[in-house]
Design a protein around this ligand. Sequence first.
Ligand code: FO1
Length: 314
Amino acid sequence: MPAGVVAICGGIGGAKLALGLYRVLAPRALSVIVNCGDDFEHLGLRICPDLDTTLYTLAGLANTERGWGRRDETWAFMDALGSLGGPTWFRLGDKDVALHVERTRRLATGEPLSAIIAEFAARLGVNAAIAPMSDDPIRTRVGTPEGELDFQDYFVRLRCAPRITAVTFDGAAAAQPSPGAIAALGGARAIVICPSNPYLSIDPILAVPGMRALLRARGAPVIAVSPIVGGDAVKGPTAKIMRELGVPSTPAAIARHYAGLLDGFVLDARDQASARDFDCPVHVTDTLMKRLGDRERLAREVLTFASSLAQARY
Ligand code: FO1
């Protein structure tokens, strides 16, 4: 298994494959570059949902049914907040709040997000490098016919109901890749774009100036795993967003969305009839990750596919 594997991922779907890669690779062989466009200030706290989902998932602390937050959670804080008339639409468990409070405290001292996340990962026993895409503020905004929405308003408060007309990333133009992202991609032997929502979770990462060039710099094979199976998203609003943006909700459309980046694409067996619609090599397999074993199997297949592409190059 190659060292220097880099996973590019957003929230729930991406973290599943990141866990599979983490479990099949040697310690420290995996780096994960995570979307921070979902981050927001809430109750005076810096909330970083995709970073925290990745952290908890690799630490074995994630609530796997919900897909976010911790599994061993209590809700006394939320209950007390509600009784005081505070906003409870975005649910924060008691242990989760401790992480947001400590992150916010350290950010206020001027410590970069990368360093805070790296220490949290070490303290939670995670033997992988978890890096925000940038230490600079980037906020995903969702355009709708009624106007622009902050990401969590769209995703959680409004449950993805509004029709999306555009997705933008405030602050991206002035942002830089994080030190962890630069280090990870500088040593990459294989790069895996996990099956996260391309428009909401991967595009913010690719919008960071210089990130696309870093992905290509080392010549490591870049492989995307389809988040669309059988014309629908495995989880979340990907297919709905594609239809609203006028893009066919097909794996081939996802590959076209990543045009210029991909050396290979992992397609679910249910969509193998479309395998000839791709400009790059395609690996067809069962990409649904219901159980941990599925994640490890898919991770192994992706890494083998990457090795075959790397060999085919030279
Ligand atoms: N998603 C929800 O649908 N409802 C919530 O109340 C909620 C709370 C929450 C708290 C911490 C956290 O890290 C994530 C949380 N999420 C919640 C998920 C979050 O909105 C998504 O994980 C990402 O923003 C999209 O991937």
